[in-house]
Design a protein around this ligand. Structure first.
Ligand code: NDP
Length: 248
């Protein structure tokens, strides 16, 4: 049986763990050729081996999304080696949490560099390819935090509200070129993202919150992404907001 993504090429940033890793596996299971981008090459190589062992095709490309030249290389290398690009999942991201008063300003810059500028660099680099092909799909991983603000989440809120705003503007700019733009907004997902919280009080609060609910799994988000990218060309799934059932 032909899978819906047979012959398609999908790039996933932040593929070395969590949602990105699960998404790469899910897209490969639908027979997409997947390009795995992140900084940890050992993780990407292990994932590529796993996908290939299951009969898929995967190309690991070590990429720091905050470096515009590395992002351009990711797009150029994909086109050169796989001939086309159909889907870009802008997933790489970090969550720096804590109050604005207690904030570390270099963490703020890192958040915007990864969550907003990294996503923009990849989008900017892939658009000429999509325009030439007259098709393409950009999936931007935002968050519930891109829809609702919360004390202690302000900077992360700012990056994800930014992602939502630029995604809708982009959709209006490129829809006539047959290019689709989808925003995915997960609630709490059980991944490594919270391991990077450095402030001990914020970390404790977050862990209490996570332990008080049944969080989503990365595969739940990957399934939503597969849904969005396998709809007929006339359908642009603009936005999917997914919370754990017991999250407030
Ligand atoms: P993880 O920490 O498991 O994954 C984050 C990924 O981003 C890693 O693969 C990491 O790879 C990559 N990454 C970080 N910095 C860079 C960089 N500079 N260049 C390239 N890749 C980078 O977290 P999640 O899977 O949870 O997060 C994925 C996305 O989902 C993020 O955008 C996050 O904001 C969003 N999200 C997560 C939620 C959650 O509750 N977990 C909820 C809502 C949204 P490496 O370190 O190897 O570079």
């Amino acid at each position: 049986m032909t899978s819906k993504l047979e012959g398609k090429v999908a790039i996933v940033t932040g593929a070395s763990s969590g949602i990105g890793e699960a998404t790469a596996i899910a897209l490969a299971a639908e027979k997409a050729n997947v390009v795995l981008a992140a900084r940890r090459g050992d993780r990407l190589n292990a994932l590529a081996e796993r996908i290939e062992a299951s009969g898929g095709k995967a190309l690991p490309v070590v990429t720091d999304v905050t470096d515009e030249n590395q992002v351009k290389n990711l797009i150029e290398k994909t086109k050169a080696e796989l001939g086309r690009i159909d889907i870009l999942v802008n997933n790489a991201g970090i969550a720096v949490l804590g109050t604005i008063e207690s904030g570390n300003t270099s963490d703020w810059r890192r958040s915007f560099d990864i969550n907003v500028l990294g996503l923009l660099y990849a989008t900017h680099a892939v658009l000429p390819v999509f325009k030439e092909q007259k098709s393409g799909h950009i999936v931007n991983i935002s968050s519930v935090a891109g829809r609702t603000a919360r004390a202690g989440v302000g900077v992360y809120n700012a990056t994800k509200w930014g992602v939502n705003g630029l995604s809708e503007a982009l959709r209006q700019e490129v829809h006539k070129d047959n290019i689709r733009v989808t925003i995915i907004e997960p609630g709490l997902v059980d991944t490594e993202i919270n391991d990077h919280i450095t402030d001990p009080i914020t970390k404790q609060r977050f862990e209490e919150r996570r332990n008080s609910i049944t969080p989503l799994q990365s595969e739940d988000i990957a399934a939503a992404i597969v849904y969005a990218v396998t709809q007929p060309q006339r359908v642009n799934v603009n936005e999917i907001l997914i919370r754990p059932t017991d999250q407030d």
